[in-house]
Write a protein that binds this ligand. Structure first.
Ligand code: C2E
Ligand code: CA
Ligand code: CA
Length: 403
């Protein structure tokens, strides 16, 4: 896809310090940006934004401003429905900048990044490069035209199928299990993200059908591995919507039995953010799943608001800490504290600890030193078709240096 070039872009810089405005302006001109407009005052900037019909591609905005501060400007931009890329500038401490970024994202703004003072040319270049990347991503985005009927057909015709991502034991590097992740190769649109079609399935009552086709294909693959001598656990994702279905324990154990897979060899992952949706039915089903010896995992832990009390009353066996607190955690004090306290909590509750989003050696070393059990992430392997797993495993066993 054609990316948008700097020489086609208009950029607005809002900062009350003339020196900062000029510095950023100079750096943007050096990158070849078509037009840089600047403003020293929040009120004036907003008047300009409301009047100017030609929208800005990128807005650099200081948080500390006379007139209207940066947070108020973000609120205004969100109300205007601005699609500009936003770059926050601040001399405040890191936690203020981070809160402002989160706020902007929650208000539906497109945040490209933040700059802390003193501002360097490489910082400016890095955020501007991100505009280009994001632009070419959105040009790709065909998802908008995907409809429930399309998905229904795709489920029936097995256009939805699993890829598998390894979870390995940190202490020994051994492959312990794989997680099945749904993939959809759409005949017109190509690859559609599960982030798009899973919510669509939930909304249109198709999630049980989707869970069924995923389960059957994944369990079948697991049986094939077992026949070739590879005995690993299989993790599948369950929507909380399916956990309202009272025959679920019988259905899953039926599939497992059909392929000769032990129920204790299966891990059912449920996203934390929704475990409080239907507390009584959830307690009923999860308890019966445990009676049938399935393992139960709380997925994306840290992104929801489950209380300790909820965690304690549901019979989960595994805590899967969200990648947001793992990727780059060695460089990020806040992420690291959340990671450490989640690990501590899981250990106290006697749960197995899995971390996702292990992308680098540094992530791996950190989670290993903190005593996690299993790791998953691009550092180990990306999700892959089932028939590639054995070749990956051979390479992994050869290559990974024991720590
Ligand atoms: P999830 O269960 O949290 O799965 C992990 C996601 O993180 C996957 O995205 C995976 O490809 C990605 N990932 C793995 N390692 C890394 C890493 O090191 N860095 C980063 N940045 N990402 C990594 P994917 O496959 O796009 O799936 C997105 C979500 O869709 C899943 O999140 C899960 O909630 C949902 N999903 C996928 N398949 C199914 C399914 O069969 N049923 C249901 N109910 N939900 C599914
Ligand atoms: Ca998962
Ligand atoms: Ca997750």
């Amino acid at each position: 896809m054609s990316s948008v070039e700097f020489n086609e872009m208009r950029v607005l810089v809002i900062d009350d310090h003339a020196f900062v405005r000029h510095t950023i302006g100079r750096m943007l001109s050096a990158l070849g940006v078509r037009e840089v407009v600047d403003s020293a005052d929040g009120v004036e900037a907003m008047i300009r934004l409301k009047d100017d019909p030609d929208p800005f591609d990128v807005i650099f905005c200081d948080l500390q401003l006379p007139g209207r501060d940066g947070i108020e400007i973000l609120r205004d931009l969100s109300q205007l429905g601005s699609s500009a890329g936003i770059v926050l500038i601040s001399g405040e401490d890191e936690s203020v900048l981070k809160a402002a970024r989160n706020l902007a994202t929650e208000q539906g703004l497109r945040v490209l990044g933040s700059l802390s003072k003193p501002i360097g040319a490489d910082q400016v270049k890095a955020v501007m490069e991100r505009v280009k990347e994001e632009r070419s991503d959105t040009v790709h985005g065909p998802q908008l035209s995907i409809e429930a009927d399309d998905l229904r057909r795709a489920i029936d015709q097995r256009e939805i199928y699993p890829h598998f991502q390894p979870k390995v034991r940190l202490a020994t590097h051994e492959l312990e299990s794989v997680e099945a992740l749904a993939r959809w190769n759409h005949p017109q649109h190509g690859h559609v993200s599960p982030g798009v079609f899973i919510p669509l399935a939930e909304e249109h009552g198709l999630i049980d059908a989707l869970t069924n086709v995923m389960l059957e294909q994944a369990v079948k693959q697991c049986d094939e591995w077992r026949e070739s001598g590879l005995n690993i656990q299989l993790a599948v994702n369950l929507s909380v919507d399916s956990l309202g279905r009272l025959d679920l324990p019988e259905y899953i154990s039926g599939v497992a039995e059909r392929f000769g897979i032990e129920t204790s060899q299966m891990v059912l992952e449920v996203t934390e953010s929704r475990i409080s949706d239907n507390p009584t039915a959830l307690l009923d089903i999860t308890t019966r799943l445990r009676l049938k010896r399935f393992e139960l995992s709380i997925d994306d832990f840290g992104t929801g608001y489950s209380s300790l009390q909820q965690l304690q009353r549901l019979p989960f066996t595994e805590l899967k800490i969200d990648g947001a607190f793992v990727t780059g955690a060695s460089q990020d004090a806040t992420a690291r504290s959340i990671l450490e306290s989640s690990i501590d909590l899981a250990q106290r509750l006697g749960m197995k600890i899995v971390v996702e989003g292990v992308e680098t050696r540094a992530d791996w070393d950190l989670v290993k030193s903190l005593g996690c059990d299993l790791a998953q992430g691009y550092f180990i392997a990306r999700p892959m078709p089932g028939d590639e797993l054995e070749a990956w495993l051979e390479a992994w066993e050869r290559q990974v240096p024991p720590a």
